[in-house]
Design a protein around this ligand. Structure first.
Ligand SMILES: [Zn+2]
Length: 136
């Protein structure tokens, strides 16, 4: 599972930051997750919980912020692609995932395909909240 590997990377980043800051416990984690990574945030949380067991990060609150894909096109359009139209109309989708790796992305302005992708594939630990020892 893709999610497990990502959870492991997140865990390493969190533990690294925690040890540098003399944490005795990790309270919460703020994670940015690009929507184009196609990572299921529930599965990610679940994997993280398992990995973090009996560590400083056990029971930490994992806050996942979904980052929508942003494109920059030759025509000058720069903006966010709205992929989550809750209507069932497929025609309104501006991009469609063909598979986890192949995407068809179309500029909403000029309808050119293959605009440059600025964001949407990131996985960043943006912030963590920790508890430090009394003597720190
Ligand atoms: Zn365009």
């Amino acid at each position: 599972m893709h999610e497990y590997g990502v959870a492991m990377e997140v865990y390493k980043a969190v533990m690294d930051a925690a040890s540098k800051n003399d944490a005795i416990r990790v309270i919460s984690i703020y994670l940015e997750l690009g929507e184009l990574t196609h990572i299921n945030s529930e599965q990610l949380s679940f994997c993280f919980e398992i990995i973090a067991k009996e560590s400083l990060a056990e029971g930490a609150d994992l806050n996942i912020m979904q980052i929508p894909p942003t494109i920059k096109c030759k025509c000058g359009y720069e903006g966010v692609l709205d992929s989550h139209n809750s209507s069932n109309c497929d025609d309104t989708k501006q991009y469609r995932a063909l598979s986890d790796l192949a995407l068809s992305i179309v500029c909403p302005e000029c309808e050119n395909s293959l605009p440059g992708l600025i964001s949407g594939r990131e996985i960043n630990v943006r912030d963590i909240k920790i508890e430090v020892g009394e003597n720190a």
